[in-house]
Design a protein around this ligand. Structure first.
Ligand SMILES: Nc1ncnc2c1ncn2[C@@H]1O[C@H](COP(=O)(O)OP(=O)(O)OP(=O)(O)O)[C@@H](O)[C@H]1O
Length: 204
């Protein structure tokens, strides 16, 4: 279980952003998180993934603080995968950064072998997002925080990405927090959804 317990965070000391936010994601569960632009969804995502430290409250994995050494069991995927990649590394090195992924996983995500020789700027946004997903899945995470990952894609590419991801998640019991502005998308992929505008509210 990945759990946020009474999290508080603010980037600007004068402006509270995340206030007393709690949520739970079970293994294999897809939890949808919607909310207006700027309400703090990405900030909450980074708190859950350990990229930011809460000012108050805790993030717990199976009731304890997540271990930090080694690849994180909670992987964060952003809307802009390019920003999370070393532009001087070829894609093959980027993919294997945490652990070399099995070929079957790469194939299921539609990651083509010849991309390995290219640099990140030589792939499209959708191709890069699949590379980022492959890198994240290669370390066998327990939870994925998917922050607007399909926003730049067209409807067909979006559906294909989520189809593969949901299938893999179900088979390997990965819990997913799916963050999106797109409530129609969330209603298709996430049986349980919450709205967020600094505070939580049940949706759907
Ligand atoms: N590193 C930072 N320093 C200062 N302010 C920040 C920082 N990161 C985000 N903010 C501010 O915090 C607020 C919430 O940002 P956040 O990215 O969490 O929102 P969001 O709900 O994910 O938005 P969007 O849907 O547009 O991606 C915004 O007002 C943003 O400008």
């Amino acid at each position: 279980m990945l759990e946020a317990r009474a999290l508080c965070y603010r980037h600007d000391p004068r402006q509270p952003l995340i206030e007393d936010v709690s949520l739970k994601i079970a293994p294999g569960q897809v939890l949808g998180l919607a909310g207006p632009s700027g309400c703090g969804k990405s900030t909450l995502a980074k708190l859950l993934a350990g990229y930011l430290r809460p000012l108050a409250g805790r993030v717990l994995l199976d009731g304890a603080a997540p271990d930090r050494p080694g690849p994180s069991p909670v992987q964060y995927l952003s809307q802009s995968p390019l920003q999370a990649m070393n532009p001087r590394w070829r894609v093959g090195r980027i993919i294997a950064e945490g652990a070399p992924p099995p070929g079957a996983l790469a194939a299921s995500l539609g990651v083509e072998p010849d991309w390995a020789r290219r640099y990140p700027h030589e792939l499209s946004g959708g191709q890069l997002q699949r590379v980022a997903l492959l890198r994240a899945l290669a370390v066998k995470p327990r939870f994925l925080i998917a922050d607007e990952i399909s926003a730049p894609l067209d409807t067909v590419a979006q559906a294909a990405l989520w189809h593969v991801l949901l299938d893999l998640a179900q088979r390997s019991g990965i819990g997913i927090l799916a963050i999106s502005h797109d409530e129609a998308l969330l209603s298709r992929i996430a049986p349980r959804r919450i709205g967020f505008a600094g505070r939580m509210a049940a949706m759907g």
